[in-house]
Design a protein around this ligand. Structure first.
Ligand SMILES: Nc1ncnc2c1ncn2[C@@H]1O[C@H](COP(=O)(O)OP(=O)(O)OP(=O)(O)O)[C@@H](O)[C@H]1O
Ligand SMILES: [Mg+2]
Length: 326
């Protein structure tokens, strides 16, 4: 599975608060430990390997300590990092969360806001297109940090189309024309609405009444004729395929701990399902089951194959068929 996109490092700084600072009305956190996890496109790759897929990751890291840490974290999860390109002029995107006494105290981010150079973009596009040769499906994981340029998206999608393999896109931004000819785009509802707003002003209206998810999907699909899987948080997801009625899949989790990264799990599972030849609606159901597991576990951002098989067995939908998918 090829994943092209914005990789990040997630850091959790765990500590205790015993007193307030004398300098300002803020708590002093005494740090006990730090934990690191791949984030963004790197989390998608970690999800692929956790489900016994084989992730090839193409992206950009800074030539810094966070970049080395991210590469180590990925390697320890069996993800191939040969095509992570180190860039001297960029910082590795890092999101650090400070946690104390079960409370999230603050998050601080480091990221690079500058565009890729023409050489970096060319190198990425070439490596991405070449990696399609070894892949049975592709994912573009766009977090709007600079990697998924129209040139890079086009390189992946045209190579995948020529080979006849699916491309799943987790989009950002309001213009989906760069994802043209992908197999399926998976925005959340807020992202889908923003994209529809670029084609039709009515979706910018602050009054929500009368705006239907079907209208949002139809507006996007008129401009960019790809299947759309709109994820809807606790409401589950709705799949819009051309020429077929929409399919709504309800979310399954009873207790929710942490919804961060649920979208990454959806795209990873959906793409694995498509690579294995499942129809889109069934692959989406798998994605919904897998995301339901990650949001229901404290601190989890990947799903094991055993946990997914267990959820399939509990689900009413065609358990035997799905169990033989992976
Ligand atoms: N509160 C919840 N309860 C149950 N399932 C959930 C919940 N939130 C998310 N999910 C599951 O995760 C999927 C993706 O969630 P969501 O629509 O929030 O994506 P997202 O906003 O892209 O997430 P991310 O924070 O990873 O970017 C949903 O379609 C659903 O299957
Ligand atoms: Mg998302």
């Amino acid at each position: 599975m090829l994943i092209v996109g914005d990789v990040m490092l997630d850091e959790h700084i765990l500590g205790d608060v015993r007193r307030l600072s004398p300098e300002a009305p803020v708590p002093i956190v005494e740090i006990q430990s730090r934990r690191y996890h791949p984030g963004g496109a790197a989390n998608v790759a970690a999800n692929i390997n956790c489900l016994h897929g084989s992730a090839l990751l193409v992206g950009i890291v800074g030539a810094d300590a966070a970049g080395s840490r991210l590469t180590e974290e990925l390697a320890s999860r069996g993800v191939s990092t040969h095509d992570l390109i180190p860039a001297m002029d960029r910082r590795t995107t890092t999101k650090s969360r400070v946690m104390a006494g079960g409370q999230h105290i603050v998050r601080f981010d480091e990221e690079c806001q500058i565009d890729l150079s023409a050489e970096q973009e060319e190198l990425l596009a070439t490596r991405a297109a070449r990696s399609v040769e070894a892949a049975d499906a592709c994912i573009i994981s766009d977090y709007a940090k600079g990697v998924a340029t129209p040139r890079v998206c086009h390189a992946v999608i045209s190579a995948a189309c020529a080979k006849g393999i699916p491309v799943v896109v987790d989009p950002k931004g309001a213009d989906y024309s760069k994802y043209m000819d992908a197999t399926v785009i998976t925005p959340n509802l807020k992202e889908a609405r923003a994209a529809a707003g670029t084609y039709d002003n009515r979706f910018h209206n602050r009054d929500d009444s009368g705006i239907l998810i079907e209208d949002i999907a139809a507006t996007i699909m008129k401009q960019c004729p790809t299947s759309l899987l709109i994820t809807r948080g606790a409401q589950g997801m709705t799949l819009f395929e051309r020429g077929a009625p929409p399919v709504t899949i309800r979310a399954r989790t009873r207790q929710v701990y942490d919804v961060t990264g649920a979208g990454d799990t959806v795209v990873a599972t959906l793409a694995l399902g498509l690579a294995a030849g499942l129809p889109m609606a069934q692959a989406a159901r798998l994605g919904n089951l897998a995301a339901g597991i990650v949001v229901g576990e404290l601190g989890a951002s990947t799903v094991s194959i055993e946990a997914l098989q267990h959820a399939i067995a509990e689900d009413s939908w065609s358990a035997r068929e799905a169990a033989t998918t992976f």
